[in-house]
Unconditional design. Sequence first.
Length: 346
Amino acid sequence: GPAQRSESSSLSLSVRYEIDLWGRLASGLESAQATATASRHDFDAARLSLLAGVGSGYFQWLAAEERLRLARENLAIGERVLGIVDARYRNGAASALDLERQRTAVTSLRAALLPLQTQQQQARSALAILLGRAPQGMSLGGETLSQIDVPEVQPGLPAELLVRRPDLASAEALLAAADADVAAARAALLPGIQLTGSMGLASSALLSLADPSSGLGIAASLVQTIFDGGRLREQVEIERSQRRELVESYRKAVLASLKEVEDGLGSAARGAAHEQAQQTIVGQARRTLELAELRYREGADDLLSVLDAQRTLFQAQDTLVQLRQARLNAALDLYKALGGGWSTSA
């Protein structure tokens, strides 16, 4: 939204713009080779999507396991409270209503395990299908969602990373197959900027270029420049409209890549903030439950306070798991948007 855009821009004041555009590169590709290269990049796109799908499926399985574990812990808490209520009832300190109320709560907590068990089995089966394995032979090996480190995005990511994207690489290969000057297309439509500013957020340059109303337009002179740069231009018979269509496809791929990177950086930043805030909420909810149980034991508070505190803690923990999963998925989305990660050495 506007507020997020403003925040990203304000944190990107230290961004160093690169004024020079990329120099011309000699492709040396013949038409058949370039077309084959485009097909290879289409395969790379499918492979990248599959890898991200496996990662997402694995996170889904871990999240389902974690939510099921929390539900079992919640049931154990309910059974512990039931023991307290039963002891107080036998001593005449608790009413029969309190006892039945807690028994009902425990029954409900036990029933809540069933849909979570189903989700866990479905997540495991879905991942097994992606991996081509039998679900029965798969296990997590003790790893939990919280043990997976979310990679930090460093400031100053160069726009050159986007060239690794299969869709951009495929569009460039198709331009080369039509004997276009790919370097001229890059220089005109993908200027050398930095994608991230301070704190790893989207740079103001990226926010500007990712805007569909930005100046990345297609002029007739630009199309002519791109195709005039081809070494075998006279051997390639392609209509002006077809030339424009190729350049337009490349422009759309550039805009899509910029927008997806902007979205990915924003999601990563928001996800980290949300998870940190939720961790604080979980800690507060845990302390509240401890106090509520203590006050109930001492007769200073009623059972409803304990039940409410227990419900609040479980909901906070369950939300934290889902936020962690969403943050990991956001990292996967950014990985895809950058064509396979944000390491400049890749």
